[in-house]
Design a protein around this ligand. Structure first.
Ligand SMILES: Nc1nc2c(ncn2[C@@H]2O[C@H](COP(=O)(O)OP(=O)(O)O)[C@@H](O)[C@H]2O)c(=O)[nH]1
Ligand SMILES: [Mg+2]
Length: 246
């Protein structure tokens, strides 16, 4: 292969998939293309969260076709948090990037996050033009404000599925959320340890295939229940100063 002048970058990319048979191939190919462009050493992990459709079969085929791709399966389905926990736990490279498996984000925008990794410990995207109904956006705004106040953070779009973490963070924290609270949990625990968070705007696209389930009432109630527990736990742990992070 030709020599490039790229900085060395060791990168795990993963994405959760729940009933994404119509999206998983497109998402995997987009991930591979972006990784080949930005990273010198990488792996792509498909986290199939106990899908009831053909996601597992397609994921296994993709893993067999591409040596850099691995498929892991939660059986049975654990939920969004359980899927993200699995991805963070499986990651073997220095940096861990995740997004959703449904194609609502553009992998090519990973550069925006990578650029900020020398300035911040963590880099999170925020959706500049979120493609969701107004009520969902309003709920998200209230949720984001609430968790920022509770955990003393200033994250613009807490649930934006476009984030870059140093892998070492996952040796330091224990995650408990199996549901949608996971994004809040990881950022709250990390900022408690003094990790700094950079933020950058990214685009958001409508889902073109498969079904959305992120706004189900069951998902929301579970998030509140897990929030209640997390708040109690985090209040009991000490705060580490930013200088000693990592
Ligand atoms: N809702 C949901 N999504 C899951 C689950 N496990 C993994 N996912 C994945 O999480 C991502 C976000 O789900 P989605 O329903 O699109 O939520 P939204 O984009 O916030 O509306 C998708 O890639 C799903 O395939 C699960 O148990 N429930
Ligand atoms: Mg989605």
């Amino acid at each position: 292969m030709a020599e490039t002048s790229r900085d060395p970058l060791s990168l795990t990319v993963f994405f959760p998939c729940y009933n994404e048979e119509a999206n998983v191939e497109r998402t995997t190919l987009a991930a591979l293309e972006a990784c080949r462009r930005v990273a010198t050493d990488f792996e792509v992990i498909i986290v199939n969260d106990g899908s009831k459709d053909r996601t597992e079969e397609v994921a296994e085929r993709l893993a067999a076709e591409h040596p850099e791709v691995r498929a892991v399966h939660n059986r049975p389905n654990r939920g969004y948090g359980g899927a993200l926990q699995r991805g963070f736990g499986e990651a073997r490279k220095e940096w861990v990037f995740y997004t959703d498996g449904d194609g609502q984000f553009d992998f090519e925008e990973i550069d925006k996050l990578l650029k900020l990794r020398s300035e911040y410990d963590i880099v999170s995207g925020y959706r500049m033009d979120r493609k969701d109904p107004l009520l969902r956006k309003l709920n998200a705004f209230c949720w984001c404000t609430l968790v920022n106040v509770l955990f003393r953070m200033r994250v613009r779009d807490i649930d934006c599925a476009f984030k870059l973490y140093p892998r070492r963070l996952f040796d330091e924290i224990e995650m408990k959320s199996e549901g949608a609270l996971i994004d809040t949990e990881v950022l709250a625990r990390a900022s408690r340890l003094g990790y700094t968070i950079g933020q950058v705007g990214v685009h958001h696209y409508p889902r073109i295939a498969g079904e959305q389930s992120g706004a189900n009432l069951r998902v929301i109630l579970r998030a509140f229940k897990e929030l209640f527990h997390l708040y109690g736990q985090i209040r009991r742990t000490g705060r580490r100063s930013p200088e000693s992070a990592g």
